[in-house]
Design a protein around this ligand. Structure first.
Ligand code: SAH
Length: 369
């Protein structure tokens, strides 16, 4: 354990000793985004040397096709002279770089767009600055800060990184999954453990929508208050200014039980070991996103899987064109990358795509058409 590890473990322990066990959401929040020792703040998580790899890092085709989707949405909004192109959690900036490269020949498109990146991590922000060098971009930490103009928002593997609360049904009531210290009475243990406890007042409020359900004994639900706030905020913005959002992530429609996972160096690990050193994620609840967007007056598309979405946009034809210039190992790598993105046994089905748009705009390409 290095010195910095030790500090985040100390922070978590101090919190638990002072205020009692942490909700899973509070534990995830500290581990992932503590301003000095959080996982996203001090690590470079993405790529072969990091902990996980994302679709834009697998092939340029991913960003090229999303670029096409964005251009179509812009055209469907009568090519506004000024619009915001926003990415939530841009990672290394690869997706946005591919989008910008693929769309540079579209007349007036680049002149109209104001590029805004929402990023919490200073180290990833500097990588994004390097990747997007030469393109005027602004960085913000909150959706609330977006300017009032038509807005297209994209988010790939952003929502899975947001903290969740977990609740389990026991003897006809909801209990909350909390993170506690093993053998708290000894108080020197570094070992964290999960414990079921009565929900706090704040947590009971989160559960309000589930009050009328009659769940089975032992079933588990996951709710992300942070996600709810973000979706309400972006939906309100799109409702007021017109536009759309494209959300891509591994996920589910509704609650499917415990989906919390930790990934370190491309392997699954225990979510309670090495706090701040590993990625913590959960399956995105797309049903909840749809509900929050519709409550805000927006239209949400069907949930489509990533393979079908990319095929609807023409990824196979694009792959064919690119393969003409390749041979040997490069060609094999190119074909493998395509397969990883669209094969239903790989990312093609696990990853889902949801589009949301202002009620007056036309149906979304690849999702509703
Ligand atoms: N979209 C990228 C990276 C996904 S990783 C890709 O597809 O490669 C998650 C990204 O979200 C990282 O850039 C991380 O720093 C950022 N992030 C996580 N939590 C955030 C938060 N609360 N606010 C803003 N950015 C956040």
């Amino acid at each position: 354990m290095n010195d910095r590890d030790h500090k985040i473990v100390k922070i978590l322990k101090k919190n638990i000793l002072r205020h009692g066990a942490l909700s899973l959401a509070d534990y995830m929040h500290i581990c992932l985004t503590h301003p000095i020792h959080g996982y996203y703040i001090k690590n470079e998580p993405i790529g072969t040397k990091g902990d996980f790899t994302t679709s834009p890092e697998i092939s340029q085709m991913f960003g090229e096709l999303i670029g096409l989707w964005i251009v179509q949405v812009w055209m469907d909004h009568q090519k506004p002279e000024k619009f915001s192109l926003v990415e939530l959690g841009p990672g290394k900036g690869t997706l946005m770089a591919d989008i910008l490269r693929a769309t540079r020949m579209i007349t007036d498109f680049h002149n109209s767009l104001e590029l805004i990146l929402i990023e919490i991590s200073p180290s990833l922000k500097s990588i994004q600055k390097r990747t997007l060098k030469g393109f005027p971009a602004q960085w913000k930490t909150e959706i609330k800060a977006l300017p009032n103009q038509p807005t297209i928002i994209i988010a790939n593997e952003f929502f899975d990184a947001l903290p969740i609360n977990q609740f389990q049904r026991k003897s006809d009531k909801w209990m909350e999954v909390m993170v506690n210290l093993k053998g708290l009475s000894g108080s020197y243990s570094n070992e964290f453990c999960f414990e079921l406890m009565n929900p706090s007042t704040a947590s009971s409020e989160i559960l309000i929508n589930f009050e009328n359900e009659v769940p089975e004994e032992g079933c588990m639900i996951e709710i992300s208050k942070t996600m709810q706030n973000i979706v309400y905020c972006l939906s309100k913005h799109i409702h007021q200014n017109s536009g759309a959002a494209l959300i891509i992530d591994y996920g589910k429609e509704g609650n499917v039980g415990n989906t919390l996972q930790a990934v370190h160096k491309h392997r699954y690990s225990n979510p309670l070991s090495s706090p701040g050193q590993q990625d913590l994620t959960s399956f995105v609840d797309f049903k909840a996103i749809r509900t929050y967007a519709e409550e805000s007056g927006l239209i949400a598309s069907h949930l489509t899987n990533q393979g079908d979405f990319l095929k609807n946009l023409g990824i196979e034809q694009r792959a064919e064109i690119l393969s003409k210039g390749l041979s040997g190992n490069d060609l094999v790598l190119h074909q493998t990358a395509l397969d990883r993105l669209i094969n239903k046994n790989l990312m093609g089905d696990l990853f889902k795509v949801l589009g949301i748009r202002s009620a007056k705009s036309p149906p979304l390409i690849g999702l509703e058409t």
